[in-house]
Design a protein around this ligand. Structure first.
Ligand code: CDT
Length: 303
């Protein structure tokens, strides 16, 4: 067995008025709890340093910029890196990234992988951006990720860290089979992901009512069909009047849920994950070299 003890560090709502320092204090408390429970890796949610701002139409650039990080670690987040290094725990952190590329300001929905020495070993930028870019004032809540972010331009890399093959994705990515499959073809053993999933944003009650079911379905299918562990961490509860689902969970390569949150608050969910389970499935049902038929998959990569 190759055990990796991991935590999904779920967050309850973040108010608009909550500061970075207050958010980081909550993350620190969960980091310490996870470390005390023997965890070597902690997965925090998507965009976990501010409230989920894409629910609002924001025209003022300075107001929008205030939700973004221009450096990582920055002055409020540095303490998280230092404490993780002191505890010998790695982490995944989701945040809004303001980058300058080709002399241009660019915004991404980003996550980083930090190793137990406090070093950033990987960066991922969300590929599948949900929602819309236009103003829909008739709705109580919008979902403006297509306005505020560019699609990620870093692909789906897999990193060797903490004696494991680790991959990252973010929220809506978990609904797309290609996300997991690209990483599985790169021998991923554990996919780390954070999410903010409102159950009142699609405009279709019959879809919104199934939000929890679809959350489980997507992560369990992704794990099983790709023979990988999946660690999904929510920001949840009623945030500025919008309800976000919880169900942070750790899913085994069998598709079974190894652990799941029971609250809609800050909660550390822990599991001891045997990375060899991924190998067993890849040597049998999901032996890609023996059983895949990529010659028949052309439309998947056609534009
Ligand atoms: N953050 C994020 O990607 N949320 C989406 C919900 C979109 S509702 C229009 C998700 O897939 O969970």
């Amino acid at each position: 067995a190759r055990p990796l003890v991991v935590a999904a560090a779920q967050m309850g709502p973040i108010a608009l008025s909550e500061t970075r320092a207050q958010c980081v204090a909550r993350l620190l408390e969960m980091l310490r709890e996870a470390a005390a429970a023997g965890c070597r890796l902690v997965v925090f949610p998507e965009l976990c340093l501010t409230t989920f701002f894409p629910r609002w139409w924001i025209e003022d650039e300075a107001e929008l910029d205030a939700f973004f990080e221009t450096e990582m670690p920055g002055k409020e987040t540095r303490v998280l890196f230092e404490e993780a290094a002191r505890l010998g725990v790695g982490f995944y952190l989701g945040y809004a990234e303001l980058a300058v590329e080709d002399g241009e300001k660019r915004r991404y929905n980003t996550s980083i992988l930090v190793d137990p020495t406090g070093r950033i070993v990987g960066r991922y930028r969300k590929v599948h951006l949900p929602g819309h870019a236009d103003h829909r004032p008739a709705r109580a809540f919008q979902h403006l990720e297509k306005k505020y972010f560019r699609p990620g331009n870093l692909g789906f890399p897999v990193w060797r860290s903490m004696d494991a093959n680790l991959g990252m994705c973010i929220c809506n990515d978990r609904r797309w089979p290609e996300t997991y499959r690209v990483m599985a073809l790169r021998s991923v053993e554990m996919v780390l992901l954070g999410y903010n999933t409102p159950n009142d944003h699609t405009g279709h009650a019959e879809i919104d009512d199934l939000s929890n079911f679809h959350n489980q379905l997507a992560m369990q299918a992704g794990a099983y069909q790709n023979a990988t562990w999946v660690v999904g961490t929510a920001k949840c509860g009623t945030e500025e009047g919008s309800h976000l689902i919880g169900q942070s969970m750790i899913v085994a390569p069998s598709g079974e849920v190894a652990a799941m949150a029971t609250t809609l608050e800050d909660e550390v969910v822990r599991a001891r994950c045997d990375l060899d389970l991924a190998r067993i499935y890849r040597e049998t049902y999901f032996n890609f070299a023996a059983h895949r038929e990529p010659g028949q998959y052309g439309p998947i990569t056609a534009q």
